[in-house]
Design a protein around this ligand. Structure first.
Ligand SMILES: C[S@@+](CC[C@H](N)C(=O)[O-])C[C@H]1O[C@@H](n2cnc3c(N)ncnc32)[C@H](O)[C@@H]1O
Length: 219
């Protein structure tokens, strides 16, 4: 079983500091929601995000959306060999049941995440998704893996196929992929750093490479 963590994901509700910025207020009004109920989104809130610390990398729910579509629709997940988690910049962890069908439509995905932040679990009866306050270290400790790997462009070089073999030889490895668009992890994540390519890749590409390389050895 492979545990895949999208870490330090840029997924958050609009922070207090910019709740009354016109870009936020207008977007919330158009959506019929309160400013504190909507996800921070760089596409719509660019002018407001610039004022926040780390503004150039925040408000990227789209990265989580594409990573989750790829991971949850993978063969490894259909075969019950994958568990996926999202850790956010505010130290929350989203637990996702493998049978969850993530909406293909981005606006519906955003609505689902907003409902998750509000209700802490969705849907109420099945709890396919639930969110808890938890650091990345606490999550990794809880998963109790026999190997922890951090995908990193400056890590030890490994071909995806070699790395897949390493994963397949472990009982419950954990792989951490950064869910942010630029720069490095803000806090050093636990685990051995691995680079799959000699240039930066998008998070969803790394998610795909890891899962497919793992499948190659395990199926
Ligand atoms: C878009 S990258 C992060 C930003 C990247 N450091 C940059 O400035 O372009 C998202 C994540 O993909 C993974 N990643 C990116 N390039 C990689 C590589 N060459 N090998 C392994 N993982 C990589 C890392 O986990 C990284 O945190």
């Amino acid at each position: 079983m492979l545990h895949l963590v999208i870490a330090e994901a840029e997924l958050e509700l609009v922070p207090k500091a910019i709740l009354d910025h016109p870009a936020i207020v207008n977007h919330a009004r158009r959506r019929g929601k309160r400013p504190d109920e909507i996800l921070l989104d760089g596409t719509y809130h660019h002018a407001a995000i610039k004022k926040l610390p780390d503004g150039e990398r925040r408000g990227r729910p789209d990265i989580v959306h594409v990573c989750l579509l790829n991971a949850l629709e993978s063969i490894a997940n259909k075969e019950g060999l994958l568990r996926v988690y999202v850790h956010t910049r505010n130290d929350e962890v989203i637990y996702i049941k493998p049978e969850t069908r993530i909406p293909r439509n981005y606006n519906r995905f955003v609505g689902l995440m907003e409902s998750l932040f509000k209700n802490r679990a969705v849907p109420r009866d099945l709890e396919l998704l639930r969110i808890e306050e938890k650091s990345l270290e606490e999550l990794v400790e809880e998963l109790n893996p026999d190997g922890v790997f951090v995908m990193h462009e400056n890590g030890e070089p490994a071909k995806p196929s070699e790395f897949g073999k390493t994963l397949s030889e472990l009982r419950e490895p954990t792989v951490i992929v950064g869910g942010f668009p630029h720069g490095d992890f803000r806090a050093e994540p636990p685990g051995k750093k691995i680079s799959l390519y000699n240039a930066p890749l998008m998070a969803w590409t790394v998610v795909n490479e890891v899962i497919i390389s793992f499948e190659h050895w395990i199926l």
